[in-house]
Design a protein. Structure first.
Length: 268
């Protein structure tokens, strides 16, 4: 069946997140960054929208459970994931999507044990609060967190997931360790607190004794999609066999460049 494909490279990653006709968030940027790193990516939409909801009008909505389940089942039926290494989950359009994705991931991992789940709990941020429903936010913990190898919550999301308050790096580390008790082997806290307000942190918690904080200068911008850019760059680096520590460092630097308008992926 692979003879039908113009791109004969094996699929390296499956990305499930929002998809826009116009805009650089969700699948539009996550998959782009992974492809730019040299790897074929399957992008599965959880919602399909005309543009960001910050514009005066937006059309589209969540992909139906039937469509999502069918798309994921067909990926297994096509044997498309024989060499895939990562399933990346971001924004969800409904709580039931978390259940569908979790069930599918377990079936896929039974068939392809090398698969690892990278989970970005994309439901809110400190500047806007929750931008997904409380039910969607809860569904990550109910269905997906226990299966994750790596999670990338921002500080706001980490507070809600662990019912804690994060004021400094130690608070963030403690909350990440609490989250790791629920499933993931490693946690990356984006938008982590720093001592200098002119900087923003990214805290990698490998285990109780191994923490790495990457600070970068704050960029004044209203652009959306920084977390998705980071997630795509991170996954692309991991697929290039970069260590997790170095992959985080590369993704932090690349995201800062993108927000500053100088990263080649957005200027070429």
């Amino acid at each position: 069946m692979s003879g039908f494909e113009l791109d004969t490279r094996p699929v390296a990653a499956v990305v499930l997140s929002s998809q826009l006709a116009y805009g650089a968030v969700g699948n539009n940027v996550i998959a782009r960054m992974i492809e730019r790193a040299g790897h074929r990516t399957v992008a599965v939409p959880t919602v399909l929208l005309s543009n960001l909801p910050h514009y005066p009008t937006v059309s589209g909505g969540a992909i139906s459970d039937q469509w999502l389940s069918g798309i994921l089942t067909d990926l297994l039926n096509r044997e498309a994931l024989t060499q895939a290494r990562y399933v990346v989950v971001g924004y969800l359009g409904s709580p039931s999507q978390a259940r569908i994705i979790a069930q599918w991931f377990l079936a896929a991992r039974d068939r392809y044990p090398q698969l690892r789940l990278i989970l970005d709990t994309a439901f809110g941020d400190s500047d806007v609060g929750l931008y997904a429903s409380e039910e969607v936010a809860a569904s990550y913990g109910e269905y997906l967190i226990e299966h994750a190898w790596l999670m990338t919550p921002n500080a706001f999301e980490l507070e809600l997931l662990t019912e804690s308050k994060i004021h400094d790096e130690q608070d963030a580390a403690n909350a990440a360790l609490d989250l790791m008790d629920a499933g993931p082997a490693h946690v990356i806290v984006t938008s982590a607190p720093t001592e200098d307000a002119d900087f923003i942190g990214c805290l990698l918690v490998l285990d109780e004794e191994n923490l790495e904080q990457f600070d970068t200068g704050r960029v004044q911008t209203e652009a959306k999609g920084a977390g998705d850019c980071f997630l795509g760059m991170l996954t692309g680096a991991l697929l290039n066999d970069v260590s997790l520590i170095d992959a985080v460092a590369q993704a932090v630097a690349g995201t800062s460049e993108a927000l500053s308008g100088v990263h080649p992926a957005f200027t070429e």
